[in-house]
Design a binder for this molecule. Structure first.
Ligand code: SF4
Length: 506
């Protein structure tokens, strides 16, 4: 299981007395390597400073987008078709930006009960072969749209479970990509794959390294046996520790772990034991996702008993403790749910202003245009977003007709581009300079965003942001509530603050 899957849109709860006073959610705590006076914090912005204010979090934890794109995928519409995509691919060739390629492998061997991804749990090899046959054909058709001189600097295999594929299938897929696209062979290329630790051993990692992958994202979630039993995902800490060791042996440049809080039977104490293991293994990056229990929407979640899910207060305690523990262990809080070691590329990209948010979350290589390959994959090309069919049957039918299976999309207008830029800056750098926006987009910031600045005032009154004549700064108190701040600039949201299709901000 992958980085982003399993978390999509939900939320939930256990109280551990030992931690109850220490992690009192009504308290305001700062997270640094040393105590910092709150008044000093107000004037600071970046650095590894997060302020956990449970009262504010409870007040602002309405539902909202994760802004992996702006406008969000909810705005994509079926009026955008294959001809539109072809036109935007041509526009994109004129700009000659490098490429990022996402490949979606939807298959899984077993169902994790918490999962909200678009996946197919199957052992049917014919079904997998049919899909791969279509995917190979899509690679050829997509590659024809793009100039051969455009190099692929970034590649990501996601799912589902990309490591569901066997050696022959993975080799053939990489070969097809190499035959049809021009891969960057330099040191800075970023080729990553989501790994289910249950599906890969030492030789599996050796294969991935040989195929050119240099980054791994491991679905860890929680090491507690009772939690694992309740979500039907049994994998030992030793399994993951061995993979981490082998990843170093084979020269992977970065290993990322995904964890989930809010799973059944979790408590601060139980999750603390998982964090002990994780911190000891020292992955380069960590993503801590929030599980929301929505059994009416996701059938698999009906296997999880409501009464086993931690209370909201406990969930906040777990998050609070996690932030404490990871920052004390030297991890830098990037934003949203991401942490990284100080020498990780994400931290460096944040410092040198080349960080971006894309459909994989926070990422480097913000200069690339994105091609999405496979069922439900999303691309971002020439000022447009495009998504493939989400049904495997429809996807394969369209490919059989020699059509790239474009299902829907969106052409960004000038206002979309401006707001996307503003939201990116806020989510990646916790700050927005009016002067910079005015230079980029030839607008008067205060006039253009008069309404938004008024909407921001209550957030400023609550200490989430400061707004002066030149800039908006997100304070340490606001860093955990980035979504709520970004939502002010989302013109599509209007009254959909409680939209059930979005996950909670925390
Ligand atoms: S069911 Fe598949 S996609 Fe979902 S969490 Fe498990 S491995 Fe990941």
């Amino acid at each position: 299981m992958p980085a982003i899957c399993g978390i999509p849109a939900r939320d939930p709860q256990g109280v551990d007395r030992e931690y109850q006073s220490r992690f009192d959610p009504t308290s305001v705590t700062t997270h640094r390597h040393f105590p910092v006076d709150a008044t000093v914090l107000a004037g600071m912005n970046k650095e590894n400073v997060v302020c956990f204010d449970a009262e504010l979090i409870a007040r602002y934890r309405g539902r909202g987008p994760r802004y992996t794109s702006y406008p969000t995928a909810l705005q994509f519409d079926g009026g955008f078709g294959l001809d539109d995509y072809r036109r935007h691919a041509q526009l994109s060739n004129a700009a000659q930006k490098p490429l990022s390629v996402y490949v979606h492998i939807p298959f899984c061997q077993a169902l994790c009960y918490y999962c909200g991804c678009n996946k197919i749990v199957t052992r049917n090899t014919a079904r997998v072969q049919n899909y791969l046959h279509a995917l190979h054909r899509e690679i050829e058709m997509q590659a024809e749209l793009f100039d051969t001189g455009r190099t692929v600097e970034q590649l990501h295999f996601g799912g589902g479970t990309p490591t569901y594929l066997d050696e022959t299938q993975l080799r053939a897929l990489m070969q097809a990509l190499h035959q049809n696209f021009c891969f960057d062979e330099g040191e800075t290329r970023q080729f990553s794959i989501e790994v289910d630790p249950r599906t890969v051993d030492r030789s599996g990692l050796a294969l991935l390294a040989e195929l050119g992958f240099n980054r791994l994202s491991l679905g860890v979630q929680d090491f507690d046996p009772q939690v694992q039993q309740a979500v039907n995902r049994i994998q030992s800490a030793e399994q993951v520790r061995a993979l981490q060791r082998h990843a170093q042996e084979f020269g992977f440049r970065s290993v990322s772990f995904d964890l989930i809080y809010g799973l059944p039977h979790q408590s601060v104490a139980s999750f603390d034991r998982t964090l002990d293991e994780v911190v000891d293994m020292r992955p380069n990056r960590l993503a801590i996702y929030n599980y929301a229990h929505l059994p009416a929407r996701f059938k698999g979640q009906r296997m999880i008993r409501d009464e086993d899910i931690p209370e909201p207060k406990v969930k906040l305690d777990i998050l609070h403790h996690t932030i404490d523990k990871l920052t004390e262990a030297g991890y830098v809080y990037i934003g949203m749910d991401h942490f990284a070691l100080p020498d990780d590329e994400l931290v460096i990209a944040q410092q040198n202003h080349s960080l971006q948010r894309n459909f994989q979350g926070y990422s480097t290589h913000g200069n690339c245009e994105l091609i999405g390959l496979g069922v439900s994959a999303i691309g971002s090309i020439g000022g447009s977003y495009v998504q493939n069919s989400v049904s495997t049957i429809e996807y394969e039918e369209q490919i059989a007709l020699d059509n790239i299976p474009v299902k829907r999309g969106l052409v960004l207008d000038d206002d979309d581009k401006l707001r996307a830029w503003v939201i990116q800056k806020l989510m990646c750098y916790d700050a927005l300079s009016f002067d910079q926006v005015e230079r980029e987009f030839a607008i008067g910031f205060r006039d253009y965003f008069e309404r938004e600045l008024a909407l921001l005032q209550p957030l400023a009154d609550d200490g989430l942001v400061t707004v002066d004549a030149a800039a908006i700064h997100i304070t340490p108190r606001g860093r955990l509530l980035l979504r709520s701040i970004a939502m002010v600039f989302d013109r599509y949201l209007q009254s959909s603050q409680g939209d059930q299709r979005f996950s909670r901000a925390i």
